[in-house]
Design a protein around this ligand. Structure first.
Ligand code: ZN
Length: 319
């Protein structure tokens, strides 16, 4: 393998190609591009909305810049719709689908510029070095957890939570979008643990509903079925997106870690760069595995009433 080959991130697209792909999908599907904010480096934060009279649902991805496969799976949902997948078409008919392929476009661009080689903390965070998935308000004002990975107060750490909740333009823009569009259900895509992590809930009924939603999701995965990691075992909240969505906005929300630990280590026992620990060489196989699961999860969530949100916020006036 030449030096150029070893530094290539193919088949993953560069940042501009990813945005053009979203434009093309919007045109093909008759969707609307919504710019819901700007990133810290002033890149547009973009969602594709497929208008419908039904409840709004959200598939978002790539809050961690290096997790390119997450972005591919989110776009894979839209490609599946274009190809006429019947379950996706049925979903579109009953819900207003929103897709955000990259919550953290600055992190994606920095990973691209570094050819995926460097420190994880630098490619995971936003341009201010903040782990955006530790930057949401903790439900009920819970104290920060001291568990490993739960978030750090030290700038430069891979899970640095930032100076304050919603201090970052990317999370603040999402919070405004969540308030304006009360999403009924949400999937937030990450890599590479091959797991489904529901919002952390202690109420028995919501906990049981999430167990069932995760079961439905895994059952629809044709090749690798992801196991559920229940957050009830952790002692507190960590500022993650799905917890904020569930508790502040009454959304059924799960984190899906695409690509499995086993597959990642089978791909490279010793990774050539941190990028190839997080991303499969063959994204198509994981899109084919995960899109049916995500689709089934949304269908099952649409059968449920919204979860009770203890700290649900009053809706602002206007759209
Ligand atoms: Zn992640």
């Amino acid at each position: 393998m030449s030096l150029a080959d070893s530094a290539s991130l193919a088949p993953y697209p560069d940042p501009d190609t990813r945005e053009h792909e979203l434009d093309d999908l919007a045109a093909s599907l008759g969707g609307e591009i919504v710019e819901y904010g700007r990133s810290r480096e002033d890149r547009p934060l973009r969602a594709l909305r497929l208008p419908s009279a039904g409840p709004a649902i959200l598939c978002s991805a790539n809050i961690h810049g290096i997790e390119y496969i997450a972005s591919r799976v989110a776009l894979g949902l839209l490609h599946g719709l274009c190809a006429g997948d019947p379950e996706l078409q049925r979903l579109r008919a009953r819900a207003e689908l929103w897709v955000i392929p990259s919550i953290n476009p600055d992190g994606y661009a920095r990973t691209w510029a570094a050819r995926g080689q460097g420190r994880l903390a630098d490619m995971r965070a936003n341009a201010a070095g903040v782990d955006l998935n530790r930057n949401f308000p903790r439900p009920g004002g819970a104290a920060p957890s001291r568990l490993p990975g739960a978030g750090s107060d030290r700038p430069g750490d891979a899970t640095y939570r930032g100076p304050a909740p919603l201090s970052e333009p990317e999370t603040a823009a999402l919070d405004r979008l969540f308030a304006a569009r009360r999403f009924h259900a949400s999937v937030n895509l990450h890599s590479f643990m091959g797991t489904v992590i529901p919002a952390r809930v202690s109420e028995r009924e919501a906990y049981a509903r999430y167990r069932e939603l995760a079961r439905v999701l895994a059952h629809a995965q044709p090749r690798v079925r992801y196991r559920r990691l229940a957050h009830r075992i952790f002692d507190t909240f960590t500022g993650e997106q799905e917890d904020h969505q569930h508790h502040a906005f009454g959304t059924w929300a799960v984190c899906l870690e695409t690509f499995s630990l086993r597959a990642s280590y089978t791909q490279h026992l010793r990774r050539p760069s941190v990028f190839w620990r997080f991303n499969p060489r063959d994204p198509a196989a994981w899109i084919a595995n995960d899109v049916p699961g995500i689709t089934a999860y949304f269908h099952a969530a649409l059968e449920l009433p919204p979860p009770p949100a203890a700290s649900r916020r009053a809706l602002p006036p206007g759209p």
